[in-house]
Design a protein around this ligand. Structure first.
Ligand SMILES: [Fe+2]
Length: 322
């Protein structure tokens, strides 16, 4: 076997691999600075082998970077079965989903924008969400998902979280699946216009920025729409990107639209964005508890209509998040 350097491997979670199924790529374990073959391509990863990893406290396994394509097709083909496999605990399935979504969306957010690779990765992520919608919108998985999606500083972490809440809240309004998916993709990409912005600006609190800084920061919804303009994003998704900082009291940006001028799926994203922002550690603020975040949202009369907040609270209560 050729000796590969550290840079030629990428980490994944073992939970993402379906037990008792053949794996089409080599799996390695890391020992200090070397990588040791654990499961050869084409061999079945048995439950016993997965358990062996868990007992040894191994939470990261490695694949050769040349296997990346195979790995993505594997996720696509197997994730939905894994999510429906009741022999795997809900917490493990929720973590597997989060790992898959994080890997795909990290790639999406790190792609040079705009470009053909972005479109390809967008479609791949869309397929992932499409195939896992029924898992995402059930209260029990949502409760488990909430434990995993609330972590991480990356724009893509916040995007995934906002998407999961938005998909669930859209269900409360009985939208067609196609519209739920479009809103979910808009939620995922709502801050895509921040990619490439100055790190210092993104680490600052928008509420205490000076006017010039805020003006630069407030461009991100417009930049987001511009970078996505060269491929056919559904109108619902584009609206979510463009208007996710609008408020029904007209004090948002960039257009100061009011009330129902802001489409409902966009108000859903505005609310979920705010909730995730409050409950996630940010460079400029500490996370607050779900209950306190919901109280802050209830007190903030002008973000979205009270009925939407009520539905959101009901949804989170059903999933036992609050
Ligand atoms: Fe934003």
């Amino acid at each position: 076997m050729a000796q590969l350097t550290k840079a030629e491997y990428f980490p994944i979670s073992p939970l993402i691999l379906r037990p008792d199924f053949k794996v089409p790529f080599d799996i390695f374990l890391r020992h200090d600075d070397s990588y040791v073959l654990f499961n050869a391509s084409g061999r079945t990863l048995t439950k016993a082998k997965r358990k062996e990893l868990a007992l040894a406290g191994i939470v990261t396994i490695y694949l050769d970077k040349r296997s990346r394509k195979l790995y993505h097709s594997y996720i696509q083909a197997n994730l939905i079965d894994l999510l429906e496999d009741e022999s795997i605990s809900l917490a493990e399935r929720a973590q597997a989903w989060t790992n898959a979504a994080s890997a795909l969306s990290q790639e999406l957010f790190e792609t040079n924008l705009p470009g053909p690779a972005f479109k390809k990765r967008y479609v791949r992520f869309q397929e992932l969400i499409h195939s896992s919608t029924s898992f995402l919108k059930s209260p029990a998985p949502l409760k488990n998902l909430a434990r995993f999606i609330g972590k991480g500083y990356g724009t893509y972490h916040h995007g995934i979280s906002t998407m999961v809440y938005a998909v669930n809240l859209m269900q409360e309004y009985k939208f067609e699946d196609e519209d739920v998916l479009a809103c979910g993709m808009g939620a995922l990409l709502h801050d895509i216009g921040q990619v490439g912005m100055d790190e210092e600006l993104l680490n600052a609190d928008p509420e205490t920025m000076g006017p010039a800084e805020f003006q630069a920061y407030a461009m991100h919804p417009l930049i987001g729409v511009r970078v996505c303009a060269n491929f056919d994003l559904p109108v619902i998704a584009t609206n979510c990107i463009l208007f996710h900082h609008e408020r029904v009291d007209g004090k948002g940006y960039p257009t100061q639209a009011t009330g129902e001028e802001i489409p409902l799926p966009t108000r859903v994203v505005a609310l979920c964005n705010r909730y995730d922002g409050l409950t996630r550690n940010r460079p400029y603020s500490r996370a607050i508890k779900p209950f306190d975040a919901l109280k802050a949202l209830t007190d903030d009369k002008g973000l979205v209509e009270p009925d939407m907040i009520k539905r959101f609270i009901k949804l989170l209560s059903r999933a036992e998040i609050v």
